[in-house]
Design a protein around this ligand. Structure first.
Ligand SMILES: Cc1cc2nc3c(=O)[nH]c(=O)nc-3n(C[C@H](O)[C@H](O)[C@H](O)COP(=O)(O)OP(=O)(O)OC[C@H]3O[C@@H](n4cnc5c(N)ncnc54)[C@H](O)[C@@H]3O)c2cc1C
Ligand SMILES: NC(=O)c1ccc[n+]([C@@H]2O[C@H](COP(=O)([O-])OP(=O)(O)OC[C@H]3O[C@@H](n4cnc5c(N)ncnc54)[C@H](OP(=O)(O)O)[C@@H]3O)[C@@H](O)[C@H]2O)c1
Length: 461
């Protein structure tokens, strides 16, 4: 559907929440008429709503209904299975669109930088999540879960997701959209104990309270906290009582202390929440055998926050699997200035800049690749809206570059370069097939995992 001959063309690269929210606001603009081509390197849209959100959280995924409404707006086109920077270069987009907005997210794991990190059995949560969620890049991945104990390093919501996925029962998981290849592995393994390791205390944990509470109502897993580790140090106590503390931290501490007071019911599995312990070395010969950790105390940092400082005390936690869940990192895009430390495109409030801060006209960014890998789905709406405000201001000021190439010229370039690109109708064929297969099995959907099969379904239905 075209928006009209006078419309300005925008390429949005990355069809996750940030890409869809940016597209929505552009297409609903009253003062300026836009056409949006939304690209994704995968055949399927929705980013981490499909490939990140845990299978046992189906309600969160309902946000895709909002994205479907965006896709029905006049001026929208989907260009799946096109990787910008590989199949099509930024310069080619810039030559054919008035504006290009990058919403490519943050898909790689942040490294710990400790010895043993690359031993077999030390895995990035990023890869584990991609595997159980059926991301095509993880279709061939395998995780060896033949161990009694796993350690998850990190105290964010992703750490809780992966810990929970290791202790759900088959009944809890079988009715979800978990990738078929992961179901047997996740429910038939030998793991009895999952230790979740925080380098700071319960008051500094990054996870949110509903996710923490979920651990307390698992069907076949106890949650265990050592009462000594649930006790707050004086600095955390006074911070918690000050105005600087937020409700989440207070509620998290309450929940952790409630867990510390519980007696285990003797269920089949355990999730053990540990605090004030930093990973020092992943030890093992041919594969992981344990994690050497150092005890911390909390001290005030230069910014007034409490940071972990080693006490010199150490211990070894025996484990055959270590899942590193200390945050994601954006990937550089060829031809665009990138802040390697932050893992973001260089930008000022969504306008992409060079390394010296000079704005590159017509180039924008939103979502995790703009501001770093934090925030829930809704956070990206505010973020994308702010970026689109910059696009609209620049359009108003006549500051969007006029592209040399036409829409037809770009379509021809893309057809030659990416004969397997799929449009929105192609995705809808995949979607319908997955939903129908799910209905047959009493599940929300059955995900197609192999890229070749996705492409086949996009043409066959
Ligand atoms: C494991 C996990 C679970 C989460 N669970 C929740 C939850 O339950 N609730 C919640 O509110 N939030 C959750 N979040 C946070 C939420 O998913 C993010 O805030 C959100 O997805 C970020 O949106 P984004 O659009 O910036 O990135 P993404 O969602 O990552 O989307 C980026 C898209 O860009 C595409 N892309 C990347 N590179 C290219 C390229 N070169 N060319 C073309 N396309 C490209 C990718 O394929 C992807 O589709 C979770 C995050 C993770 C990691
Ligand atoms: N259900 C949901 O709503 C849901 C589910 C999943 C993800 N998300 C969101 O997605 C975003 C990303 O989540 P995330 O869990 O990847 O990241 P996160 O919230 O930033 O948490 C990262 C964790 O890693 C720890 N860490 C970092 N470096 C470390 C190191 N060297 N050693 C030990 N620990 C280290 C951090 O501790 P410090 O605080 O000490 O740095 C923190 O606890 C978050 O905003 C999250 O809320 C939401």
């Amino acid at each position: 559907v075209t928006a009209g001959a006078d419309a300005q063309r925008v390429a949005v690269v990355g069809a996750g929440p940030a890409g869809f929210y940016a597209t929505d606001r552009l297409l609903k603009s009253v003062d300026h008429r836009f056409e949006v081509d939304l690209f994704d390197r995968l055949p399927t849209p929705w980013g981490l709503v499909r490939a990140g959100v845990a299978p046992d959280h189906p309600n969160i995924k309902v946000v895709s209904r909002v994205f479907e409404k965006t896709a029905a707006l006049p001026g929208f086109r989907y260009r799946g299975n096109v990787e910008v920077g590989r199949d099509i270069q930024h310069a080619e987009l810039a030559a054919h669109y008035h504006a290009v907005t990058y919403t490519t997210g943050a898909s790689v794991d942040r490294r710990l930088g400790i010895p043993g990190e690359d031993l077999p059995g030390s895995e990035a949560a990023t890869d584990f999540v991609a595997w159980y969620n059926g991301h095509p890049d993880a279709a061939a991945a395998q995780f060896d879960l033949r161990t009694r104990r796993a350690v998850v390093i990190g105290n964010g919501n992703v750490a809780l997701d992966v810990a929970r996925m290791l202790v759900l029962t088959r009944d809890e998981l079988a009715g979800t959209d978990v990738a078929d290849h992961a179901l047997d592995a996740l429910t038939g393994h030998d793991i009895e104990e999952v230790v979740v390791l925080g380098r700071r205390g319960p008051a500094q944990a990054a996870y949110t309270t509903p996710e923490l509470r979920e651990l307390g109502v698992l069907t076949d897993a106890d949650v265990v906290v050592d009462p000594a580790e649930a006790e707050l140090d004086p600095a955390s106590l006074s911070w918690l009582e000050s105005d600087a503390a937020d409700g989440t931290a207070r509620r998290n501490v309450e929940v952790v202390q409630d867990y510390a007071g519980r007696s285990p019911k003797g269920l089949r599995r355990r999730v053990v929440l540990r605090y004030l312990a930093s990973p020092l070395e992943i030890v093992g010969g041919e594969r992981v055998q344990g994690l050497r950790v150092g005890r911390n105390r909390l001290v005030a940092g230069p910014d007034g926050g409490l940071r972990a400082e080693p006490t010199g005390e150490e211990e070894l936690i025996e484990a055959g699997l270590v899942l590193r869940s200390v945050g994601y990192l954006g990937r550089p895009l060829p031809g665009l200035p990138f802040d390697e430390r932050a893992g973001t495109l260089c930008n000022t409030d969504g306008r992409v800049t060079d390394e010296d801060g000079a704005v590159l006209p017509g180039v924008y960014t939103a979502g995790w690749v703009k501001r770093g890998p934090s925030g829930v789905i809704g956070t990206n709406k505010k973020c994308a809206n702010a970026t689109v405000t910059a696009v609209l201001d620049d359009a108003e000021a006549g500051a969007l570059p006029t592209p040399a190439g036409s829409r037809a010229a770009f379509d021809e370039l893309l057809a030659g370069r990416c004969p397997d690109a799929i449009d929105y109708a192609g995705w809808e064929l995949i979607d319908r097939w997955e939903l129908a297969a799910g209905e047959d099995q009493g599940r929300p959907r059955v995900k197609i995992v192999e890229r070749a099969e996705l492409l086949q379904r996009a043409t066959m239905g």
